[in-house]
Design a protein around this ligand. Structure first.
Ligand SMILES: [Zn+2]
Length: 77
């Protein structure tokens, strides 16, 4: 079960279908997020299909396309 904490995501990637993806800090699945440009998704909050919320850091790093997203911290602090 996801908890209520909105975790910050520090890495984003553009998928081969050009959608922007990040790794959910709750379930660690890679999910597509709404937005055309990296600048658009930074600072935005999204809800994963697992029910957990995340916020893309305003300084989130865009990794190379099809690169492996590092795991996100599941525990705050
Ligand atoms: Zn999730």
């Amino acid at each position: 079960m996801p908890d209520d904490y909105i975790y910050t995501v520090d890495h984003i990637v553009r998928d081969s279908d050009m959608s922007i993806c990040c790794r959910c800090p709750h379930c660690q699945d890679v999910i597509g997020i709404e937005g055309e440009e990296f600048a658009e998704v930074r600072g935005e909050q999204y809800k994963c299909r697992c029910g957990g919320w995340l916020e893309v850091s305003s300084t989130a790093v865009a990794i190379r396309r099809d690169g492996e997203l590092p795991a996100n911290k599941g525990i705050p602090g």
